[in-house]
Design a protein around this ligand. Structure first.
Ligand code: ADP
Ligand code: MG
Length: 143
């Protein structure tokens, strides 16, 4: 299977729980290399643009207000099959449906404040990584 990169976000509610180290430990234990990382507070415009595919959804306004409510941790993770593997690790979007042992089952507060974002395809990973990182800020292990 191919080595891939994916974008991972620890959302404001989980950053506020003071467990960032625990989350990265879980990624590392599952074989992810953390190849870039930053903490930032999104502007309203940055959050709207990042989630623009959801602009017409009823939850959009709540989602944006939540995403700008505090700092987030954004990272680029690398391993085989990274995109799908990371989605599986964080669990279902709806925390009520997230399987036991997934990050959302453990740390989500509700549907909107579900704690984590993960790219959903190779194409969106590429877009999302470029949205937050310059090429020279990413330390890939790929030769
Ligand atoms: P995912 O983050 O799993 O890729 P989506 O892209 O469908 O899920 O949605 C983006 C984010 O919007 C979700 O992570 C969640 O925070 C929020 N969201 C999605 N669907 C709902 C919903 N039905 N009610 C409330 N918030 C939602
Ligand atoms: Mg999504």
């Amino acid at each position: 299977m191919a080595i891939e990169q994916t974008l991972s976000i620890i959302k404001p509610n989980v950053v506020a729980k003071n467990i960032i180290g625990k989350i990265f430990n879980r990624f590392e234990k599952k074989g992810f290399k953390i190849i870039s990382i930053k903490m930032l507070k999104l502007s309203h415009q940055q959050a709207e643009c990042f989630y623009k595919q959801h602009i017409s959804k009823p939850f959009f306004k709540d989602l944006i207000n939540f995403m700008i409510s505090g700092p987030i941790i954004i990272s680029v993770l690398e391993r085989e099959n990274a995109v799908n593997f990371h989605r599986t690790l964080i669990g279902d979007t709806n925390p009520m449906k997230a399987l036991k042992g997934t990050l959302r089952a453990d740390y989500a507060d509700n549907y909107t404040e579900n704690g984590f974002h993960g790219s959903d395809s190779i194409e969106s990973a590429l877009f999302e990584i470029n949205y937050f990182f310059k090429n020279n800020e990413i330390y890939s292990n790929k030769s």
